[in-house]
Design a protein around this ligand. Structure first.
Ligand code: ADP
Ligand code: MG
Length: 259
């Protein structure tokens, strides 16, 4: 993975913290709606955290605050010991430290698959074109779409497009990957090919936050399940414990509807 240059920040905020993402008392409103309420969440390096909960509970907003697609009203968020930058180049750099994969694939439709994976590396990471191309081909191979490199996104299946989106995020050398319902828009037969790529990523030690309704994935890949309802973290537990013995009524009710 790409390593940034050693800056003076590295001296004041050494890269030794075990806590990669820390949300401390985060609050967020949309008008009168208190969408994130006193969120405290720490994600350790290499940890896979699955976030589940009913629709409208704030899961997407939580993800979006972590790479600052949404601002917060109070509290703090740090990534690898550093507070989220507000704007400019620092923000662009943060966005590449925090890879994000959405429900909709969000590929550049007028660029080829290969160009999609090369672009950010050259523009944001300032990687040399040749190295960026090489890295893109390696990653496309890793997610199993190397033979689609010269096609345009619309020529690929949804599952293939989503795997390209994962490769594109990985190309930036992220410290953490956020997945917001990455398989929800896929036809059923394509869900597993995307989950398998995510499983492999988890096994390789990537730090991941995954919003999903795929409970099989949660059981097998998550170190921890975070259950949200009404803008709050209601329950946090290891998957085995959460699924076999949820403590809160909200979680029991939710699980009884989806399992
Ligand atoms: P989830 O991902 O758990 O379904 P969201 O984070 O998308 O929940 O939304 C949480 C709540 O915030 C919902 O009530 C939603 O309607 C509201 N919301 C989300 N985004 C916005 C926005 N940009 N403006 C106003 N309300 C929003
Ligand atoms: Mg959502």
């Amino acid at each position: 993975m790409t390593e940034g240059p050693v800056t003076k920040d590295a001296v004041t905020a050494p890269d030794t913290t075990d806590q990669l993402v820390v949300l401390d008392n985060v609050n967020k409103h949309f008008g009168a709606l208190h969408v994130l309420q006193d969120i405290n969440l720490t994600i350790k390096r290499g940890e896979v955290v699955v976030v589940i909960g009913p629709s409208g509970s704030g899961k997407s907003t939580l993800c979006r605050t972590i790479n600052r697609l949404e601002t917060i009203d109070s509290g703090s968020i740090t990534i690898d010991g550093k507070p989220l930058p507000a704007e400019g180049r620092e923000l662009a750099r943060l966005r590449s430290d925090v890879g994000m994969v959405f429900q909709s694939f969000n590929l550049f439709s007028h660029k080829t698959v290969l160009e999609n994976v090369v672009l950010g590396q050259v523009k944001v990471r300032r990687t040399e074109k040749k190295a960026a191309l090489e890295r893109a081909r390696t990653l496309l191979d890793r997610v199993g779409v190397a033979n689609q490199a010269d096609k345009y996104p619309a020529q690929l299946s949804g599952g293939q497009q989503q795997r390209v989106a994962i490769a594109r995020a990985l190309a930036m050398g992220p410290k953490v990957m956020l997945f917001d319902e990455p398989t929800s828009a896929l036809d059923p037969e394509m869900i597993n090919e995307v989950l398998e790529v995510m499983q492999q990523l988890a096994r390789d030690g990537m730090t991941m936050v995954v919003v999903t309704h795929e409970m099989g994935f949660a059981r097998s890949a998550a170190n921890r399940v975070v259950f949200m309802a009404d803008g709050r973290i209601v329950e946090e537990a290891e998957p085995e414990q959460f699924f076999s013995n949820p403590r809160s009524d909200r979680a029991k009710d939710f699980l009884s509807k989806i399992l």
